[in-house]
Ligand binder design. Structure first.
Ligand code: HEC
Length: 129
């Protein structure tokens, strides 16, 4: 009797273990799926890019602060008027993207999803949309 109970218990433990390792597998394969929704579709400057600036950048990049001014209503012109910040023909060489991307000097102020979206926005023509 005792060993039967033990076997039952072991089976339950084993099943739980298998289930928990299955859950872990799902989590391991998740990151690309989590990252993907950020990039597909049209990236809106006002809906996606400006909120990154407003939340993370304007405390330094404001009128009277560090260029480029990234405040709402001023950021688009500032980005367009500063040569090199945006390069729609070669998005990866845009200084704005390079600074935000991992390894860039502004990367600690934003996420990889933020820099990915910025890249996508530039590659879609850097529209004031
Ligand atoms: C704590 C202050 C601070 C914050 C926050 C900050 N920056 Fe900066 N940023 C600077 C300084 C200082 C420089 C100039 C020196 C340098 O390039 O490191 C700079 C330079 C830049 C440049 C290069 C400008 C050029 O003409 O080469 C870009 C682009 C930029 N920042 C974008 C951003 C973005 C986007 C964010 C938010 C995700 C951000 N910065 C957040 C201080 C800041």
């Amino acid at each position: 009797m005792q060993s039967k109970k033990l076997k039952k218990l072991l089976t339950i433990v084993l099943v739980l273990f298998i289930f928990s390792s299955c859950t872990k597998d799902v989590i391991v394969t998740d990151p690309p799926a989590i990252k993907a929704p950020v990039v597909p579709g049209q990236i809106s400057f006002s809906g996606r890019i400006q909120p990154i600036f407003t939340a993370n950048c304007v405390k330094c990049h404001k009128v009277g602060g560090v260029a480029p001014v990234l405040e709402e209503g001023k950021s688009y012109q500032a980005l367009m008027n500063t040569p090199g910040l945006i390069n729609t023909a070669a998005p990866a060489s845009s200084i704005l993207y390079q600074e935000m991307a991992p390894g860039g000097s502004m990367s600690s102020f934003c996420t990889v999803a933020d820099s990915d979206s910025t890249y996508k926005w530039i590659s879609q023509g850097a529209k004031n949309n």
